[in-house]
Design a protein around this ligand. Structure first.
Ligand code: AOF
Ligand code: ZN
Length: 378
């Protein structure tokens, strides 16, 4: 339903998209939605976004603030309003009850309980419904929710920080710090917008990371911490920071080992153990692991290391976005490479990412690459 959108429509929807971004990382398994309500005269009457844990929905929040001013007004919502009875009545009914005259929205909600029915319900009630405004931006904002809906797994962003020649440490293991404070803050901001942060067990052992989100002024809960451990020797140390309770830690481990030694992954600070089958080569099946995470509700996973986990994800074509921070340092051939062996026989096999943007961050740069077939491109 392409409509002639006005400058005011574009402004209000941009604002709603900005509000929606606030919920990223906080609302799984739900999408993060933003809503702006203009009254009948076009003045802002209410704003809202999906609240931590996924409820209340954005529309409920905005309507609460708008009160009687919503009557005869326009609602700008960054995703189709829901039309199902969950713990609360559907947003369609709330919009109708408030007397909204016009709805401007972006794309359909792929949730089978909604899927166009939200728009239809409002139209039947006499609301003017116009969709498709900033659809690409809305898809991109919801890439986690959409990836889970269509691929059954969370959206995966791989972040690495290297020297100019792609190394993450000296041969002696020294790795702190290759990039400067600005690039590290960028990584913390990525954590804030992720439902979970994932590392391999080697990184968990060597770096003893906290993986929490530490940013000035940031006080929301940190993402779930996930360790991929392939054998009992790789278990998370009893005194590891990942067991400190500062955020939930989940362990992905091979189903057969878990069955044979049910307590190897136990101990304080591990909230969940997710057994996953091994593939034909005896390695953890990462596609199955991500499916498990999708079933568990995660929509956005950030991968922070190390090289072996990165290589396994790349080999299985499970990386949606690469965030590559590069410092103006040169380490040399004996340094530790960012990505483990990939056994490529032909250069053509190594294609697959497109440069999306480059940011200068202090002395460093971060280049963001998206996969060749991102979920948001049609
Ligand atoms: C909206 N506005 O802000 C969000 C929506 O379990 P429930 O009842 O919270 O419903 C979850 C579903 O609602 C979710 O799968 C998605 O379809 C929709 N999310 N809808 O109108 C919102 N977060
Ligand atoms: Zn809703």
């Amino acid at each position: 339903m392409s409509a002639a959108f006005t400058e005011r429509d574009r402004w209000a929807m941009s604002a709603a998209l900005g509000l929606a971004r606030r919920g990223l990382g906080q609302v799984w398994p739900n999408p993060s939605v933003g809503c702006v309500i203009l009254d009948a005269d076009g003045a802002v009457a209410g704003r809202g976004w999906t609240q931590p844990g996924g409820r209340p929905h954005a529309e409920t929040e905005a309507l609460k603030r708008a009160g009687a001013a919503a009557r005869g007004g326009t609602a700008y919502v960054t995703l189709e309003p829901c039309n199902h009875h969950g713990r609360t009545p559907p947003c369609t009914e709330a919009l109708m009850a408030a007397g909204i005259a016009r709805l401007v929205s972006t794309i359909e909600d792929p949730d089978p309980r909604v899927c166009g029915a939200g728009f239809e319900r409002l139209r039947q009630a006499g609301v003017t419904v116009e969709t498709g405004l900033f659809a690409d931006q809305a898809r991109r904002l919801n890439e986690g929710f959409l990836t889970r809906a269509s691929r059954g797994r969370p959206f995966v962003a791989l972040k690495t920080a290297t020297s100019l020649d792609g190394k993450i440490a000296l041969a002696n293991g020294e790795s702190q710090w290759i990039t400067g404070p600005e690039a590290r803050q960028y990584a913390h901001r990525m954590r804030a917008e992720s439902d979970a942060v994932m590392v391999g067990s080697g990184t968990a052992r060597q770096d003893d990371p906290s993986l929490t989100c530490r940013l000035p002024g940031y006080d929301a809960p940190s993402p779930v911490r996930i360790v991929v451990a392939s054998d009992p020797d790789a278990a998370v140390a009893r005194d590891a920071n990942l067991r400190d309770g500062a955020a939930e830690t989940w362990l992905i481990c091979p189903a057969d080992i878990q069955a044979a030694h049910p307590d190897w992954a136990a101990g304080p600070g591990i909230a969940e153990t997710l057994p996953v089958p091994v593939d034909g080569r005896g390695k953890l099946d990462l596609a199955a692991a991500l499916k498990r995470l999708g079933e568990r509700g995660l929509t956005r996973v950030m991968v922070e290391g190390g090289g072996a986990l990165a290589a396994s994800l790349l080999r299985a074509d499970l990386v949606d976005e690469l965030h590559w921070a590069r410092a103006p340092k040169i380490i040399g051939a004996e340094g530790l490479p960012a990505i483990g062996g990939l056994e490529r026989a032909r250069l053509a096999q190594s294609e697959g990412f497109r440069l999306d943007r480059v940011l200068g961050l202090g002395a460093d740069e971060v280049a963001v690459y998206t996969r060749r077939d991102p979920i948001w491109r049609g």
